[in-house]
Design a protein around this ligand. Sequence first.
Ligand code: MF3
Ligand code: CO
Ligand code: CO
Length: 316
Amino acid sequence: MAKRKRRSPRPLQVEASYPPVVPGLLSPTRRIPAEIKRPPYALTGQPPPANSSLVRTPEELAAMRRTGAAAAEILLRAGEAVRPGVTTDEIDRLVHDSAIEAGGYPSPLNYRGFPKSVCTSVNEVICHGIPDSRPLADGDIVNIDVTFYREGVHGDTSATFLVGDVAAESVMLVEVTLESLDRAIAALGPGAMVRDIGRAIESHAMKHRLGVVREFIGHGVGTEFHSGLQIPHYHDRRLAIPLEYGTTFTIEPMLTLGSPDAAMWDDEWTAVTIDGSRTAQFEHTLVMGENGAERLTVTESGECAHDLVRAAVLSR
Ligand code: MF3
Ligand code: CO
Ligand code: CO
C-alpha cells in the first residue's frame, strides 16, 4: 500500500503569547418584531430535516442575490464598528438591529438554540463564538459571521477584522486565510468538483505553514441555513462530486497559526484551538455558474467587508 501522505504541515509558527479569551456575560435575549418573517426553527430552535434541492430555481436565485447583498451590507457595517473597547455584545446589537431594519431575520438567533444574532470569534476562537460583555482589545483579531434570512433564503458571510495594532504573524494569518478563500473560488471553473476547493485552500495554507481546521466545513445554503452538501476545506481526492450549475453553497476556511485541532467550551458552541493558537476565517455564499463560482454576498456595487480587511492589511 502506498505510504499515506501527511494531511497537513507541522505548523512552524512561533507566536507571541496573549491572555486567553474567557467567557463574558450575555445580555438579555433580543426581540424580533412580529412583522418580520421568521425561519422555521425560530420558535423551537430545531430546523426541520435538511431536504431541499441543492440547485436553486431562478426565482430563489434572484432572492438569494438580494438577501446576499443585504448580508454583505450588514457585515460591512459590523466591520466598520470594530475598534478597541467595543464589546462583542455591541456588535450583536448592531447586527440584530441592522437585520430588522433591512426587513429580515438574523439567522443565528435560536438556530439550534444559539442565543445571539451573530457569531463573534476572537483570537483562538475558531468559530461560533457567542457575543458577550468582552471588550475587543488592541491587537485582537475578530471574526464576525453574519447570516441573514429574507424572502425565504439565507445569505451567509464572514470576515476576520484587525482590532487596532495587530502583530505581524496575526496579520499574515488573516491575509493568507482571505487569499485561500479567493483561490478556492478562482479554482472553480466549468466542471468544478467539491475537492477542488479543499485542494486550493490546503495547498495555500501549507505554503505558509498554517493549519487547516477539519472539524468545521462549508455547506449548501439556500432555503435552509445548512443543507445536505458538505464542503471540506482540506484536500480529499475522494470528493469527486461535481458542483452542478445553480448550486448555492458556502466556502469558509478556518486557518490556524498552530494546531488546527478544536476543543469546545462548556457553552457547547464556542470552538477554540486546543493549543490556544490564533485562527482566522472568511466566508462567502456562492452560486455555481457556467463559467465559475459567483459571489452572492457582495453589495450591489460588488463590495464586501473583505475589501476593508485587505485595505487594513495593506496599510500597515
Ligand atoms: N454562520 C455559521 C456558518 O457559517 C453558522 C453559525 S450557526 C449558529 O455556517 F448557530 F452559531 F449561528
Ligand atoms: Co456558513
Ligand atoms: Co457563516
